[in-house]
Design a protein around this ligand. Structure first.
Ligand code: HEM
Length: 455
């Protein structure tokens, strides 16, 4: 078949019906996951949307998720352009999410130990203690706790102490504002560029930058006396800078030092924020979580090898929170070459959303998909194991590098929270208000009442 005949045989990619100028921003701001799923149902595997006048192809459904991990998908997609703005804002040479091919592999190799659960091996008890201290500070009996903020503090304590050596709580707000602007304006491009000139953003970015510089200077000051058994990401980054400056040049250091917060703060805080809502909203599930975590801690030592398996109801509830409310509904890429996906022609340079989490709400995979049901993940059901059905951590070469760490952090952290704190929603019929940008999650106004300590 000639190229022309092949073009004729290809499907026409529909452009969705959307708002003038704003394009798909309004429905994406309302609920991006459900929007992509509705479009997938209506238009099929590939459709086109626009955002502030720019066109994007959306590849949705289980096949899109699977495509990302195939050899063809790896060749056909690149990340560089979408993250270029982050690199520029930090004056850096490269970033992990913004690299492709060999450069990406080399950076990922340097960083993978520090970002995995290996970095907290032998230190789960310390992680539990950090969590307890954070709970005692922020979840006081008789108070109403703003859940997202309290979780951001908790994540900063956990990531800070375990991964980088100290918890910069004074900087949580700056990190949050910096992530907000960079993701909204430069990465997802749902907000106009002039916002980066606002003093509130400039101030926050300057402070985050200073945080990175401080972390590097602290490393330099005490590198001779550092504990090799408690290596942090900073050790990995600085040693790579010394031994492989071609992979980790000087101008990468600040971004690499603060990157664990950029990657872990909103993702984990929003996920566990949703978990608290769903657990309190489903008293039968809450009762099972309480029994499970109380029995677990009554047994004594934390078994690091079996933590997730030992807490199936809690872990299933975390997985269910990520299914119903994934923090990354879609991954953004540029077409690296001309390719055909499900009969649709994609041209080199086109901007693409891969809506990997759209299948999370499909009844084909998850019967009664809106029901919060932590038992879906247990055999024989294993609903998440169907091909392309479950991708909360993304797919392909950029799959979340912090996945195994996040699983431990969330499971152990929430086990301590539910074990310790007796809490309730504002009212039993409270329905969670959510936000979509920069990272989907509960609204900052979501509060719970702490009735007292359970243990
Ligand atoms: C609920 C928790 C989390 C979720 C759902 C999540 C989700 C994701 C997703 C979907 C990606 C892929 C982005 C893309 O392909 O464009 C990603 C990448 C990444 N995540 Fe996570 N993440 C979580 C927590 C964390 C934590 C705690 C860390 C580390 C502290 C982390 C570090 C990273 C890094 C370094 C990357 C970039 C990987 C690469 O480009 O090769 N994540 N994450």
């Amino acid at each position: 078949m000639s190229a022309i005949e092949q073009d004729i045989a290809l499907k026409t990619t529909p452009h969705v019906k959307e708002w003038p100028l704003l394009g798909s921003i309004p429905p994406m701001t309302k609920d991006v996951g459900r929007y992509f799923l509705e479009c997938y149902r209506k238009y099929g595997d590939v459709f086109e949307i626009s955002i502030l006048g720019k066109k994007y192809k959306v590849l949705a459904g289980p096949q899109a998720a699977l495509f990302m991990s195939t050899r063809e998908g790896k060749d056909a997609l690149r990340s560089k352009e979408f993250w270029a703005g982050l690199i520029k804002e930090f004056g850096a040479h490269s970033s992990l999410p913004g690299s492709d091919g060999e450069q990406h592999k080399a950076l990922r190799d340097v960083l993978k130990r520090g970002y995995s659960k290996d970095s907290v091996k032998g230190r789960y008890q310390q992680l539990a203690d950090i969590t307890d201290a954070s709970i005692m500070r922020d979840w006081k009996p008789g108070t109403e706790v703003p859940v997202v903020f309290a979780m951001q503090n908790l994540v900063t304590d956990q990531i800070g102490i375990m991964l980088t050596g100290n918890a910069p709580l004074d900087y949580v707000k700056d990190i949050r504002i910096t992530i907000l602007y960079i993701l909204n304006v430069l990465i997802t491009r749902q907000r106009p560029k002039f916002l980066l000139q606002l003093p509130s953003y400039k101030r926050a970015k300057k402070r985050v930058f200073q945080l990175g510089i401080d972390m590097i200077e602290n490393y330099e000051a005490d590198k001779a006396s550092r504990d090799h058994d408690a290596r942090t990401i900073i050790d990995d980054v600085m040693e790579a800078n010394r031994d492989h400056p071609e992979i980790m040049p000087d101008n990468n250091l600040v971004l690499m030092a603060v990157a664990p917060y950029v990657a872990g703060l909103d993702t984990v805080a929003n996920t566990v924020g949703c978990l608290v809502y769903y657990a309190l909203k489903n008293p039968d599930v809450l009762a099972r979580i309480h029994k499970e975590v109380d029995d677990y801690f009554a047994r004594g030592e934390i078994d690091e090898a079996t933590l997730l398996k030992d807490l199936p109801v809690l872990n299933g509830s975390i997985m269910e929170s990520m299914r119903l409310f994934p923090v990354a509904v879609a991954q953004m890429r540029t077409a690296n070459k001309d390719f055909v996906f499900q009969g649709h022609q994609i041209r080199e340079g086109e901007l693409i959303y891969l809506a990997t989490a759209a299948p999370h709400l499909m009844e084909e995979f998850y019967p009664d998909p809106d029901k919060f049901d932590p038992d879906r993940y247990q055999p024989p059901r294993n609903e998440h194991k169907a091909q392309g059905a479950y991708s909360p951590y993304g797919r392909g070469p950029h799959t979340c590098l912090g996945k195994s760490l996040a699983e431990v952090q969330m499971c152990l952290g929430m086990a301590r929270l539910f074990h310790k704190v007796d809490m309730e929603l504002e009212s039993p019929d409270y329905v969670l208000k959510t936000k979509m940008a920069p990272t989907p999650g509960p609204s900052n106004k979501f509060k719970v009442r702490v009735k007292g300590y359970r243990n």
